[in-house]
Design a protein around this ligand. Structure first.
Ligand SMILES: [Zn+2]
Length: 351
């Protein structure tokens, strides 16, 4: 999707508020395209991890300030919120962009590639905007600029929400949307509707995908602790092997999805992203830790999946003479897209 079209999506999303103004703003959007590309590349080259988006927030705040938009900084640690009051009375619409990057090393030769490294969970890691949040920030900065120039045409108020820690706050810290809401981001003025977007490299250029009702899956982090019994690798019969138990558990978890979930209702996913165990080749370790994510689009399925995971993990461990516990975080809610907003907006959108 090219930048103009991405910028256009947010105009589209604001269509109820800006229906008549949309045509006259097209010129403003095309004139800002180069700037948006430049910002996106800047953020791409200077990524920051969740709850550490200090420079990113500063650049966003400077930009909003330069547009004369009223801002609040330090929301949920590093979040920035701007409020643009239109010249006519009306509803309050919030537009949200996430601003954090991921602990991923960038492997390409782009002139604006990231060479940033940082510490993450005790390891030295590369940092990269591997999820596209650099683009989201730049788009929303562009939208803020165009809308602030067209204040006289806006019926109502636009709230720009730049949200930190979308990828999840580091362990032991609060963060992200939940903390922003707790700190009152949807109040004063109270938000009537909120919109966000996410770029997607599998979506062809020029196409927008949207879905009414339930859209983005709920994400739950899980941690499984497997307890075995340490022994020498040459004498497995005298120990309990937590690595073998982990392998059986991981295998078993996937059968919950393939054999127990009604996938004709909604999709569901369990992914193990990290396994930690052992110190050397010839020792059967004492324990293992399995960490992963659960994605669901239906709360009944989520309940069933959570229950079955716990049952399966402890029964498998028991079958192999070990023990295992499962902790599942309550996680994020399923994104709900109000179908009325889309139905009203869709006919106004022209690619
Ligand atoms: Zn993302």
């Amino acid at each position: 999707m090219n930048t103009m079209k991405k910028l256009g999506i947010l105009t589209f999303l604001l269509c109820g508020m800006l229906a008549t103004a949309q045509k006259s703003m097209e010129k403003d959007f095309s004139s800002i395209e180069d700037k948006v590309i430049e910002w996106r590349r800047y953020f791409h080259e200077h990524p920051e991890l969740s709850n550490r988006e200090f420079e990113t927030a500063k650049k966003i705040a400077d930009h909003l300030r330069s547009l004369g938009i009223e801002i609040e900084t330090g929301v949920a640690h590093t979040g920035v919120v701007g409020v643009l009051k239109g010249n006519k009375p009306g509803k309050v619409v919030a537009l949200r962009a996430d601003i954090d990057a991921l602990p991923v090393t960038e492997r390409n030769d782009l002139p604006f590639k990231s060479t940033v490294t940082s510490e993450y969970l005790g390891n030295e890691v590369g940092v990269m905007h591997a999820c596209g949040h650099d683009t989201h920030i730049a788009i929303l900065m562009g939208v803020a600029e165009v809308l602030s120039k067209n204040k006289d045409k806006i019926k109502g108020t636009v709230k720009f929400i730049f949200q930190p820690a979308e990828e999840g706050a580091p362990p032991g810290e609060e963060g992200g949307a939940a903390l922003m809401i707790k700190e009152g981001v949807l109040q004063n003025p109270d938000v009537d509707a909120i919109f966000g977007l996410h770029i997607n490299s599998q979506t062809p250029v020029g196409m927008i995908r949207y879905k009414s009702w339930w859209n983005m899956a709920a994400a739950q982090r899980f941690v499984i602790n497997v307890k075995g019994k340490q022994s020498h690798g040459s004498q497995p019969w005298s120990g309990v092997d937590p690595i073998l138990i982990s392998a059986k558990i991981i295998d078993g978890l996937q059968t919950i999805i393939s054999r127990e979930m009604n996938l004709t209702n909604e999709a569901a996913v369990i992914t193990v992203g990290k396994i930690t165990s052992g110190v050397r080749n010839n020792i059967i370790p004492e324990s293992a830790e399995i960490v992963g994510t659960i994605r669901t689009l239906d709360y009944d399925m989520q309940k069933q999946l959570n229950r079955r995971m716990k049952e399966m993990v402890s029964s498998i461990a028991e079958a192999y003479r070990g023990e295992a516990t499962t902790e599942i975080a309550s996680g994020t809610a399923i994104t709900y897209n109000n179908p009325n907003w889309f139905l009203k907006c869709y006919p106004l959108w022209k690619l």
